[in-house]
Write a protein that binds this ligand. Structure first.
Ligand SMILES: [Zn+2]
Length: 78
């Protein structure tokens, strides 16, 4: 009785496949281990937005905006 081989498990949903040889790739693998083809991780459209938001958040915590806010308040009271 022939058991199905365990060497080629069916790809799970969300599994990335090599675009040349369809071999499954590890989550953070850019280069296929079977054929060496580069498989760049596709950047979602919100990738740059998320990066900018992260930078803004870090700046918000690192930068003291109090003098800037005081200055704006003085302009508004003028
Ligand atoms: Zn490949």
């Amino acid at each position: 009785m022939a058991e199905p081989s365990d060497e080629d498990p069916p790809p799970q949903p969300g599994q990335r496949l090599c675009r040349r040889c369809r071999a499954p790739l590890d989550l953070d693998d850019d280069v296929c281990r079977a054929c060496g083809e580069r498989n760049p991780v596709p950047m979602p459209w919100w990738g740059p937005l998320a990066g900018a938001a992260m930078l803004a958040l870090i700046a918000y915590f690192l930068v003291d905006f109090t003098p800037l806010i005081d200055m704006i308040n003085r302009w508004l009271k003028w």
